[in-house]
Design a protein around this ligand. Structure first.
Ligand code: TPP
Length: 332
C-alpha cells in the first residue's frame, strides 16, 4: 500500500527546462498576481458584486499544473479560481469583464468573480459549493474515456474540500473506472477560518487517496518547477490510460479567505514566515541563481504583464452592461 503515497522532492539534475519554459512560468505567475492585485483594487472601489476570494500566494500551483494542459483539456475550479483560469488561457479582458458584470464577460457578466466557466478554454465550472466541482471533473473524465479522446480532466480544490463526501465519492469512482483525471488539492492550511490540522488527523491530506488505491503525492506548492514535474507525470499517466492521481500541493494564501477577512485565526508572524517562501520571489531567486533568466528579462516580463492587465481592465471598464432582458436568459 505504501508505494502509492510519496512526497516529491525536486532533483535539479532532472530538470531540463529550456529558456522559453522558464519565461512561461514567470509570465503566468506574474499575470495571476497582477490580475488578483487589480481585482482587489476593483473590489475595494465597490465596482464588483459578491465576495472576492484571492489566490495571492498560490500562483505556482495554477501555473505548474496548467502548463501541462492543452486548450481542450478540462478543469473545474472554485470561487478562488481566476488564477487557474488565466493559467488555462483565459483572456484577462473577458475575466475583468465578468467580475465587473459586463456583457463581454465569460458568462455575460452573470457569474461575477466566483463563477467563471468557459467551454472555449475547458473551464467546466467554478463552484461556490465546497467540493462540488470534484465530481463534475470526474464526469468530464468519464466522457473523455467513453468518447476515447486524448484529453484529461483536472479538479482544483482546497484542503477543506477533502472533508466533503463529494471528494470521497469522486475519488472512488475515478479509481474504479480508471478515469483520466488529476485531483489537485491546494492545501493552504485553512478551510475558511478553520486550520486544517484541527479538522483532519492525517499528517498529509494526500494520504486520503490511499483509501481508493490512487497514487498520491505531496509536493511543495510554492515551487512552480516541482508542481510542473509532478503534474506532468500525472497528466501523462492519465493520457496513457493509467487512471487518476491525487496531488497535494502545500501552499499558503497571503491574503484573507476573502477580502475583508479580519484574519483573527492566524498570526502576523505566520503570514510573514510564509511570505519568505512565496512562489514569485522564490522562483525569481532560482532563475537568477541558476542563470536561466537575468534581472532585465524578469523585469521586462513583469512590466509587460502589468501593462497588459491595465489595458484589459480599462477595456473591460468601457465595455457594455448587459441589457435588462438578459436577466431572463440562461436561467434554469
Ligand atoms: C458545502 C459548503 N459548505 C460550506 C461553505 C462555506 N465555505 C465557503 S469557502 C469555505 C472554505 C473552503 O476551504 P478550502 O476547501 O480549503 O478552500 P480555500 O477557500 O482554502 O481555497 C467554506 C467552508 C460552502 N461554500 N459550501
Amino acid at each position: 500500500m505504501e508505494e502509492l503515497f510519496r512526497s516529491f522532492h525536486l532533483d535539479e539534475s532532472t530538470i531540463n527546462w529550456d529558456k522559453s519554459r522558464y519565461k512561461q512560468a514567470w509570465r503566468i505567475m506574474n499575470l495571476i498576481r497582477a490580475f488578483e492585485e487589480k481585482s482587489i483594487q476593483i473590489y475595494k472601489k465597490g465596482l464588483m458584486g459578491g465576495s472576492l476570494h484571492s489566490s495571492i500566494g498560490q500562483e505556482a500551483v495554477a501555473a505548474g499544473v496548467c502548463m501541462n494542459l492543452n486548450k481542450d483539456d478540462y478543469i473545474s475550479i472554485t470561487y478562488r479560481g481566476r488564477g487557474q483560469a488565466l493559467a488555462k488561457g483565459a483572456d484577462p479582458f473577458r475575466l475583468f469583464s465578468e467580475i465587473l458584470g459586463k456583457k463581454t464577460g465569460y458568462c455575460k457578466g452573470k457569474g461575477g468573480p466566483m463563477h467563471i466557466a468557459s467551454q472555449e478554454i475547458g473551464i467546466l465550472v467554478a463552484n461556490g459549493i465546497v467540493g462540488a466541482g470534484i465530481p463534475i471533473a470526474v464526469g468530464a473524465g468519464l466522457s473523455i474515456k467513453t468518447l476515447k479522446k486524448n484529453q484529461v480532466s483536472v479538479a482544483f480544490f482546497g484542503d477543506g474540500a477533502t472533508n466533503q463526501g463529494a471528494f470521497h465519492e469522486a475519488l472512488n469512482l475515478a479509481a474504479v473506472l480508471k478515469l483520466p483525471i488529476i485531483f489537485i488539492c491546494e492545501n493552504n492550511l485553512y478551510s475558511e477560518m478553520t486550520p486544517i490540522k484541527n479538522a483532519v488527523l492525517n499528517e498529509h491530506l494526500a494520504e486520503r487517496g490511499l483509501a481508493y488505491r490512487i497514487p498520491s503525492i505531496v509536493v511543495d506548492g510554492n515551487d512552480v518547477r516541482a508542481v510542473y514535474e509532478v503534474a506532468k507525470q500525472a497528466v501523462n499517466r492519465a493520457r496513457e490510460g493509467g487512471g487518476p492521481t491525487l496531488i497535494e500541493a502545500e501552499t499558503y494564501r497571503l491574503v484573507g479567505h476573502m477580502i475583508g477577512d479580519a484574519e483573527t485565526y492566524r498570526s502576523r508572524e505566520e503570514v510573514e514566515e510564509w511570505r519568505l517562501k512565496e512562489p514569485i520571489t522564490y522562483y525569481r531567486d532560482i532563475c537568477l541563481k541558476r542563470n536561466v533568466l537575468n534581472q532585465r528579462e524578469l523585469d521586462e516580463i513583469q512590466q509587460q504583464v502589468k501593462k497588459e492587465i491595465e489595458i484589459a481592465y480599462e477595456r473591460a471598464m468601457k465595455s457594455e452592461e448587459p441589457e435588462m432582458e438578459e436577466i431572463f436568459h440562461d436561467v434554469y
